[in-house]
Design a protein around this ligand. Structure first.
Ligand SMILES: O=C(O)CCC(=O)C(=O)O
Ligand SMILES: [Fe+2]
Length: 386
């Protein structure tokens, strides 16, 4: 992709899907540059309240998971040969599920809930089956997990079975663990309420960091602390979104490629005087990608990071992308709204799903979770078949 195209595409405002940077940086505006403020981040009121609690809320349950913005930059991500463990899995899922207390579908076409399986303790065969099970179900809530209570490095080692950890270009991370991506809104943060001063909804459908050459596959997000109600995460089945289209339309999408850009997310972080850990990148991916284990085809565009369909004029590209985004957003019949509980790990396959946080909880409650993000193969497509 010629870099000039990236520059000529108008920068559209991209909502931050990385809440913590926004929150701390907003405080920093009155305190000089972010970097100055960062040096004293442990002394900001907000951070202190998180550590110590206040009259209104308890301290953070997992203080070593509070976001920290180290000022370290990283070289570009290196290409690597991805290995798809789902291909080695026994589709009977004996090693994953035979000891489960309960396995239930959340809807008819997306999502499952599993109780009584400790994913951090799975055998190799169990881990392979997890990859395939999640690829089939698209998103799985594993209840009563110990991931948050393990040393952070052990949690990372578990996830890295599936691929090398992605280091996010702009998000806060636990101190010393830049490979862990944090989602954090402190208990005295009013973003969830403030958001609706300017917007009618908080929905930001996306698939994680699709601008990377090898975006994540099997991904784990675990709750550290959450509101009593609300703050669910909504997932959509992008393979089913593809299947719903007519064969003629599917055929038209095959062969099309789209540009995905991380430049706006980086610019956003810079504008907030936050950190950017790497030179931002853009990559071109097929609009219909194939899952390496299931062979399923899935729509692979999202309004956060996809910018342009290559070879189409702007209006053509905008219109087709708008249709696809509307299709993804409107199909409540291929979505699951997954509820968090303490000690829940939600695992999804970024190659065949889209997701969005829902910012609907009441003020005065912390929402804090950590993501382990193994990278996978470069998206590829296989031929259209009727
Ligand atoms: O906060 C959430 O519910 C989802 C956050 C998210 O998009 C992610 O961790 O990838
Ligand atoms: Fe995400």
């Amino acid at each position: 992709m010629a870099p000039s195209l990236v520059e000529t595409i108008p920068v559209r405002p991209v909502e931050s899907i990385e809440p913590p940077t926004e929150q701390i940086a907003a405080k920093d505006k009155s305190q000089g540059t972010y970097k100055e403020a960062f040096a004293q981040s442990a002394h900001t009121t907000n951070y202190e309240a998180e550590l110590k609690g206040s009259a209104k809320h308890p301290p953070a349950a997992y203080p070593h998971y509070l976001p920290y913005w180290d000022n370290v930059t990283y070289p570009p991500l290196e290409p690597f040969e991805a290995y798809e463990h789902g291909k080695d899995a026994d589709p009977a899922f004996v090693n994953l599920l035979s000891g489960a207390a309960d396995v239930a579908d959340l809807t008819a076409n997306i999502g499952a809930e599993v109780k009584g399986v400790q994913i951090s303790k799975l055998s190799k065969a169990g881990k392979d089956e997890l990859a395939l099970f999640v690829a089939q179900k698209k998103v799985v809530a594993f209840r009563d997990q110990d991931l948050a209570d393990l040393p952070i490095q052990e949690a990372l080692d578990f996830a890295e079975y599936y691929g090398p950890s992605h280091i996010h270009q702009a998000s806060g991370a636990p101190k010393g663990f830049p490979k862990v991506h944090l989602v954090h809104r402190s208990a005295d943060d009013t973003t969830a309420r403030d958001y609706f001063q300017d917007r009618t909804n908080s929905i930001t459908w996306h698939t994680d960091v699709s601008f990377e050459m090898q975006p994540p596959g099997t991904t784990f997000l675990y709750l550290l602390d959450g509101p009593t109600a609300g703050g669910d995460t909504l997932f959509g089945n992008m393979a089913e979104a593809y299947n719903r289209l007519s064969p003629a339309f599917q055929q038209r999408l095959h062969g099309l490629k789209a540009l995905h850009s991380g430049h706006e997310q980086a610019a956003n972080a810079q504008a907030r005087h936050s950190i950017v850990r790497r030179e931002p990148v853009s990559n071109v991916h097929p609009i219909v990608r194939t899952h390496p284990a299931t062979g399923e085809k899935a729509l692979y565009v999202n309004p956060q990071f996809t910018r342009r369909i290559l070879g189409f004029k702007k209006e053509e590209s905008d219109n087709l992308l708008k249709f696809l985004y509307d299709h993804i957003a409107l199909c409540a019949d291929l979505q699951a709204r997954v509820k968090w509980e303490k000690r829940t790990v939600i695992c999804w396959d970024n190659r065949v799903t889209a997701h969005t946080a829902i910012l609907d909880w009441q003020d005065g409650q912390r929402r804090h979770s950590a993501r382990l993000t193994p990278q996978a193969e470069r998206p590829f497509e296989t031929a259209f078949q009727e």
